[in-house]
Design a protein around this ligand. Structure first.
Ligand code: BT5
Length: 313
């Protein structure tokens, strides 16, 4: 792909940029510029050409364009794959190899996408499957708050871009009405008292087909979504939310998460490693734990598990 010419078009995407200008800046001939423009068109970029004015980028193909994400966010490097087993596993390898914070791995398809506890995550073409590396300087006990930091970022991004109010199902799902549109899978490597690295994995159903019980943004909105714009917005929102985390401002994070929770007030079954508890969710506390009142009226704090909604009798 003609990356150099593309960067000029992205940088100037609200206006025309002349072939002569690009040729001069890149120290290549105008014919070479025009050839690269044709290559981009063949790759599915829609580019308007006007005599005496030059070229203007109209739209991207439905593929992640790393150059765009680098310009729009401060995530770098952006490592883009056509197919990969799992962006989380790949990000873990990069983290172990010493890649910096905000290294982003994104794949068009995952062949072995994973949820929590080794569950499968369906990752066909058209979805947004990505992971990035963080190196927080903090104690591991606050890592669960990161689920909420991510969930808030996805909720704010989708609300701002498409005006849809999504809900968070404790601890790591984003729902639209009663269907899952996004899952969050976070890997943490730490000593008992210090985190080494964190891999944040996010899967959003965008333009893809979805399994039962799930839906996509395309189905909700009724038209295909620009995944580059969504990816960049989620990353930029995450930057703001993560600043709150770094400043230990957990109350602002949790207040927002509580405001979008679909779990508080519900009668639920919570399962963790084969142990089940039934009760009503009273709250989610400042540590991100579920506060559950069981049928005898005793109240417990639950730090991890899966929630199933039960019907109130
Ligand atoms: C999650 O797990 O929801 C975390 C999913 C994280 C996926 C991202 S994609 C990028 C990165 N790379 C990875 O390999 N993973 C991360 P959990 O709460 O365990 O939910 C898993 C369950 O969600 C499955 O058992 C299915 O029931 C359901 N599921 C599978 N694929 C789905 C999809 N595309 N959309 C909605 N639900 C799905």
């Amino acid at each position: 792909m003609a990356k150099d010419v593309l960067t000029f078009l992205i940088d100037n995407r609200d206006s025309f940029v002349s072939g002569e200008y690009i040729a001069k800046k890149l120290d290549i001939s105008r014919q070479a510029v025009s050839k690269k423009i044709n290559n981009l068109k063949e790759d599915g970029f829609v580019i308007e050409s006007k005599t005496n004015k030059g070229y203007r980028l109209i739209s991207f193909p439905d593929v992640i364009v790393p150059e765009y994400v680098v310009i729009e966010t401060d995530y770098k490097p952006v490592l883009h794959y056509a197919t990969i087993d799992s962006t989380n596993l790949q990000a873990r390898k990069y983290a172990l190899d010493g890649y910096p914070e905000k290294t982003l791995i994104v794949s068009e398809v995952q062949t072995a996408g994973r949820g929590r506890m080794g569950r499968e995550w369906a990752s066909p073409r058209g979805g947004l499957w990505f992971s990035f590396i963080l190196r927080p300087r903090c104690v591991p006990s606050i890592a669960p708050i990161l689920n909420f930091v991510v969930a808030n970022s996805v909720a704010k991004a989708t609300n701002e871009l498409y005006g849809i109010g999504v809900k968070m199902k404790w601890p790591n799902d984003i729902f639209y009405e009663d269907k899952k549109i996004c899952g969050i899978g976070i890997l943490v490597s730490s000593d008992i008292d210090l985190m080494h690295y964190v891999v944040v994995g996010i899967g959003i159903n965008v333009n893809n087909d979805t399994p039962d019980g799930a839906t996509s943004l395309k189905s909700i909105i009724g038209k295909p979504i620009d995944r580059n714009v969504l990816l960049s917005r989620v990353l930029n929102r995450f930057k703001d939310e993560y600043t709150l985390f770094e400043k230990s401002n957990f109350s602002d994070i949790m207040d927002y998460s509580r405001s979008i929770s679909n779990t508080i007030g519900k009668k639920v079954r919570v399962s963790f490693l084969g142990v089940e508890k039934i009760g009503t969710v009273l709250d989610i506390d400042q540590k991100g734990a579920l506060i559950l009142e069981d049928e005898d009226g005793s109240v417990s704090e639950i730090l991890a598990g899966d929630v199933d909604f039960l019907r109130h009798l």
